[in-house]
Design a protein around this ligand. Structure first.
Ligand code: ADP
Ligand code: MG
Length: 404
């Protein structure tokens, strides 16, 4: 169990808080404030408890000096001020006198935001390479470190692992706590039956997830383009479907040792071309014509999956069932949302950037217990890897309290 912000005294303390404000932007305008909204509970808790809050976040890719112009966090600070209905002082620097003076001048319940942590990557990749001087410097600005940025927890950067290594108290924010509870909980001690649904574009992206979950889940549904590599392993013709020939042997090996755990689609929606107006039809999985590609799963598969998933107590879903971006091929993904939504008393989790986007786009956001905020981080968590940004957070003591 990890310590959270509830376990430390933040009264009048400078709280260094790493958030994930890597919001989508177009022409300097934030197109979704979801990541800012998700961080509000931890920020508000700190302010309500008289902390002085210093926010750190990265935004976008900063590889060279020219990238900085469009990667400033200034618009994000403005948005946060609107959402909090409170002044958020933006400091257009990541170190130096302006930063130090601003921190010194803070009073309880004040909040400031520093410039994009990745500005420290030019030159020298100090943030991304967890430069020890930088982590130490940022840590020296405050008293307590709160990590609420799950999206970067799979990376050891100066603004998460670096700061945490140099302060007395490193604790999780509420968003981080939720991710650890649900994704960590599913991997470590799932309530059973535990069903994993794995789809998306490539087997090669998901090998480690499959290898880890095959040992933990009671059943694994394979869908999305991944299924065609498994079909090929079974000797089926896959037509022009996306298929990774280099991974057919892996799929074969897995099917051999999975002892019936893997459930493959039994029908598939195929089209002549990769577009919505192309001729298309639903065929049984072993009957894909040579000049057609599989772009979604069919109704018989949905019936099969629905029967197997009945009674599940934990469901983890990673990877859309088809090309959900096209309405015509969003059927399978939508039906999977529906079948998960219909489960009673189950913990249902989405861990995957596109799957999360699909569930939100299709209107099922509220129907899941937890939609992870970190695509890459949730994938690595599902692979069974220790995330450096999580590992460095202080543990509660063995009795679960935070004091002894
Ligand atoms: P996640 O981000 O949830 O981990 P992935 O990135 O692995 O998911 O995969 C998402 C992509 O997989 C989507 O863009 C979707 O269009 C694509 N996809 C799903 N099924 C198919 C298919 N049958 N053929 C081609 N692409 C597919
Ligand atoms: Mg993706």
């Amino acid at each position: 169990m990890k310590k959270t912000i509830r376990d430390v005294n933040v009264n009048n303390k400078v709280v260094l808080m790493r958030v994930d404000f890597n919001v989508p932007m177009k022409d300097g305008v934030i197109t979704s404030d979801n990541r800012i909204v998700q961080a509000l509970p931890t920020i508000k808790y700190a302010l309500d408890n008289n902390a002085k809050v210093v926010l750190f976040s990265h935004l976008g890719r900063v590889k060279e000096e020219a990238d900085k112009a469009s990667a400033s966090l200034a618009p994000v600070a403005k948005k946060l001020a609107e959402l909090l209905n409170k002044e958020v002082k933006f400091i257009a620097a990541t170190r130096g006198k302006a930063v130090e003076d601003a921190v010194k001048a803070m009073k309880a319940k004040d909040i400031i935001m520093l410039e994009n942590t990745r500005f420290e990557d030019v030159p020298g990749k100090k943030e991304s390479k967890n430069d020890s001087e930088l982590g130490k410097y940022w840590a020296s600005l405050g008293d307590v470190f709160v990590n609420d940025a799950f999206g970067t927890a799979h990376r050891a950067h100066a603004s998460n692992v670096g700061i945490a290594s140099n302060v007395e108290d490193s604790v999780a924010g509420f968003l981080m706590e939720k991710e650890i509870k649900f994704i960590g909980g599913a991997v470590d001690s799932p309530e059973r039956p535990f069903i994993a649904i794995l789809g998306g574009a490539k087997v090669s992206d998901k090998i480690s997830v499959i290898e880890n979950l095959i040992n933990i889940a009671d059943k694994i549904f394979i869908c999305g383009a991944m299924a065609y590599t498994f079909y090929k392993a079974l000797g089926y013709n896959v037509g022009t479907s996306k298929c990774e020939d280099d991974f057919v042997d892996f799929a074969k090996g897995l099917l051999d040792k999975s002892k019936g755990k893997i459930v493959l689609p039994i029908d598939t929606h195929v089209a002549k071309e990769f577009n919505e107006t192309s001729e298309s039809m639903v065929v049984e999985s072993h009957l894909i014509p040579s000049d057609f590609m599989g772009l979604d799963i069919g109704p018989k598969t949905i019936e099969l999956f629905s029967n197997v998933i009945k009674g599940a107590k934990t469901v983890v879903w990673n990877g859309p069932a088809g090309v959900f971006e096209m309405e015509k091929f969003s059927y399978g993904t939508k039906e999977i949302c529906k079948m998960i939504a219909a489960l009673e008393g189950a913990t249902t989790i989405i861990g995957g950037g596109d799957s999360a986007a699909a569930a939100i786009q299709l209107g099922y956001e509220e129907k899941f217990t937890h939609i992870s905020t970190g695509g890459g981080a949730s994938l690595e968590y599902l692979e069974g890897k220790e995330l450096p940004g999580v590992a460095i957070i202080d543990d509660k003591c063995c009795c679960g309290c935070s004091n002894c």
